[in-house]
Design a protein around this ligand. Sequence first.
Ligand SMILES: Cc1cc2nc3c(=O)[nH]c(=O)nc-3n(C[C@H](O)[C@H](O)[C@H](O)COP(=O)(O)OP(=O)(O)OC[C@H]3O[C@@H](n4cnc5c(N)ncnc54)[C@H](O)[C@@H]3O)c2cc1C
Length: 336
Amino acid sequence: MRVEHHIDLKPFNTFGLSSIAERMVHVEHPEELQDYFEGGEPSPSLVLGGGSNMLLTKDVAGTTLKIELPGIKVVKEDDDHVYVQVGAGEVWHQFVLHSIAQGWAGIENLSLIPGNVGAAPMQNIGAYGVEIKDVFYELEAYLTQDKTFEKFGLDDCAFGYRESVFKRGLKNKAVITSVTFRLNKQPTFHTSYGAIQQQLDAIGVQDLSIRAVSDAVIAIRQSKLPDPKEIGNSGSFFKNPVIDSAHFDQLKEKYPAIVGYPAGEGLTKVAAGWLIEHAGYKGKRIGDYGVHVKQALVLVNYGGAKGEDVFNLSEEIISTVNEVYGIQLEREVNVI
Ligand SMILES: Cc1cc2nc3c(=O)[nH]c(=O)nc-3n(C[C@H](O)[C@H](O)[C@H](O)COP(=O)(O)OP(=O)(O)OC[C@H]3O[C@@H](n4cnc5c(N)ncnc54)[C@H](O)[C@@H]3O)c2cc1C
């Protein structure tokens, strides 16, 4: 186990926020988890992947476990599918590119999502009409209380919109070590969501392929979302709230341009970005932090922000949106 002390997490989180980790333990082999937990070490304060879905508001006392488990391995194959087991420490987008190069379909719409494979099931990452639950087969996690490795199938994970059992009942109790995906040998294209088809037309794609879809998604994301290498951020800061359709209809009378989508019987999913923008926050900047100029769902660090300031801004946004629309926003980002 490689151990370091007093590490500034600034380069380890896409918000680019400074936070001192008292002790960082690098986990490069699954057995190291066993050694750690069976060796009587205290529970870790933080499990860290790529740091692209967290807001660090303070220093991290105790131990940060940095999950760096490698490996991409085909474990099974049938006529239609290939089952690929991927180490939790692999970079998600590199795995997407690898899959495309192999001709494995199913995750091309999830191109360029930052972070590591191990964190992808945490919030059932999704984009452009696809979520990882659509290609999920199973995962392995180390249960820190039972001190055992366990397999979780699709039903065990309780995936929902940016949700899973690992954010709820098993929060801070499971370290995901690998994820096995069931990818398709024959692609089914999902191009109707967002601007994918428009982008494919603009590039002049004649023969649709998973690479073309991935390229289109990458181009759209690069034009819409701030690159964390340039402006610190964690992607969508809030979830899109799901409300009663009756409530939505009332709001629609008052705000005809409000954006919402059917979300099951009697429910509507509202675009949180629209609510935040029309509550007056889009592009708002306070010193070194604020709301992105192009995308109101994204809070940003222009350089020297403190996590606490970004958190306070998110509190203010939640309270204003509630006052104006009677809708309670929920953070997508994990506050540490
Ligand atoms: C520019 C940008 C765009 C984004 N776009 C999207 C998008 O389109 N769709 C989407 O769903 N998300 C998006 N995200 C959010 C983020 O990329 C995903 O949530 C990603 O899966 C986080 O991975 P990570 O390794 O960085 O996780 P981290 O930020 O390191 O961790 C996230 C949470 O998971 C826990 N965790 C991490 N690894 C493990 C593990 N191995 N076992 C147990 N717990 C673990 C952490 O403790 C933390 O609570 C975006 C983020 C950015 C910055």
